[in-house]
Design a protein around this ligand. Structure first.
Ligand SMILES: *[C@@H]1O[C@H](CO)[C@@H](O)[C@H](O)[C@H]1NC(C)=O
Ligand SMILES: *[C@@H]1O[C@H](CO)[C@@H](O)[C@H](O)[C@H]1NC(C)=O
Length: 396
């Protein structure tokens, strides 16, 4: 295509996208006028709320929608991101799927990133996307307490009622982040190599470049690494995003050239910030199975892993193949979730019959009804908080 044609094409797609979004919007304002959303209360006397950032790439629309329904609760906030390699058409279809859920229309707590980011495998564009998501969620919603980032390949193994119930007794400034200052092989393989992420400045997707020279391990601050999955508190993300202290910004500039920066950025910021290092609980709350020695990604979990997975006391598990039967078992046994329906919680008051979605009607959304998985999560959190109290496993 010539430059002009391409430009016209872009203009045309943008116009079409806006028109469709407008149509969807007007459609939703008509049809959501029937059931009124119940009043949502936030604050110390109410259960905590979570901000979810769910991200995927081309072809992940259905997985993201399924995961959204599995973690949906009217009190939470959601931001969905289909990275730049996915088409606008796929993004529109995701928007249409989201709008088809009556509770989501009524509570208007799900957004989709309309101007997607380019994400490079192993590059720092990953951190840029997470920080952007945190900034959007901070701006959109004053009520949430914790930020959770999920990939399209993740799935919850507790209900949102379980999660909010257990986190009701957790200090709201705590951060669940798996970390260590013992770099081991990562020092020479991850910290010293210098990489450049072309996703930040080239229009076409490609791979990271690696410089032939290595650089020294920093001594102006101590580097920490760990899992790229976390549950971070609102105060800590405000510290990272607003940047009144220069530490988060300085480290962002440094991590720009570090391989797999999502395994080190937040870990290093939090452990080098005196006002936040005491708030780290050393766990990512995820269930994963790694090879020994570990490969780049954990195993794909399947039905043979089900029992161990649900006994683990984790909040989420990863990673899964699309529509693996083990996900159906989680839907059936734990989430009690029907096909293309949100996982029900105490807020759903509709009748539970074959064709009726119990969450198409709702009552008070500020009450919770934890199920059997809450007990296992509670045990995990109790152990982690004991560990946190002893301060032996923090930023060491
Ligand atoms: C963090 O813990 C240390 C050791 O108990 C204590 O001396 C320090 O005052 C704490 N800092 C904050 C900000 O709570
Ligand atoms: C589940 O995965 C493991 C290894 O990842 C494999 O050995 C096993 O055969 C799989 N089970 C099923 C039922 O697919």
């Amino acid at each position: 295509m010539g430059a002009e044609k391409r430009w016209l094409f872009t203009l045309f797609s943008a116009a079409l996208l806006s028109l469709l979004l407008l149509l969807l919007y007007s459609f939703s304002t008509f049809s959501s006028s029937r059931p009124f959303p119940s009043v949502i209360h936030h604050g110390a006397h109410y259960p905590p709320a979570f901000a979810y950032y769910i991200s995927g790439g081309r072809g992940d629309k259905d997985r993201i929608f399924r995961l959204l329904l599995a973690v949906y609760h009217p009190r939470n906030r959601y931001l969905l991101h289909l990275a730049a390699d996915a088409s606008d058409e796929e993004r529109l279809r995701l928007a249409a799927a989201v709008k088809s859920v009556s509770a989501i229309r009524a509570f208007a707590n799900v957004d989709i990133v309309g101007k997607p980011d380019r994400i490079t495998y192993m590059g720092s564009s990953n951190i840029a996307a997470v920080l952007r998501a945190a900034a959007i969620l901070l701006k959109l919603d004053k009520g949430w307490n914790w930020f959770i980032s999920l990939s399209a390949m993740d799935y919850p193994i507790v209900t949102q009622d379980d999660l909010a119930h257990v986190f009701s007794s957790v200090r709201r400034d705590l951060n669940f982040i798996d970390h260590t200052g013992d770099l081991g092989w990562k020092e020479s393989q991850r910290i010293q190599p210098i990489i450049v992420d072309p996703g930040l400045y080239l229009a076409r997707r490609s791979q990271i470049f690696q410089a032939t020279e290595k650089r020294k391990t920093p001594d102006a601050f101590k580097v920490f690494t760990g899992s790229s999955w976390f549950v971070l508190s609102r105060p800590f993300l405000e510290f990272c995003v607003f940047g009144w202290d220069n530490l988060p910004r300085t480290l962002l500039m440094y991590f720009n050239n570090v391989m797999l920066s999502q395994e080190g950025y937040f870990h290093t910021v939090i452990c080098n910030a005196p006002e936040f290092k005491n708030t780290t609980v050393n766990s990512d709350l995820r269930y994963m199975i790694w090879d020994n020695p570990p490969k780049m990604d954990p195993h794909f979990l399947n039905i043979s892993d089900y029992d161990q997975m649900v006994q683990s006391g984790a909040v989420f598990a990863r990673q899964f193949e699309k529509d693996d039967p083990v996900l159906d078992r989680v839907d059936e046994k734990i989430l009690k979730r029907g096909h293309i329906r949100a996982a029900p919680g105490a807020w759903c008051t509709g009748r539970r019959s074959g064709w009726m979605d119990p969450c198409s009607q709702w009552g008070d959304v500020n009450v919770l009804k934890p199920g059997p998985q809450a007990k296992k999560l509670e045990d995990t959190i109790t152990n982690l908080l004991d560990d946190w109290n002893s301060q032996t496993n923090q930023c060491k």
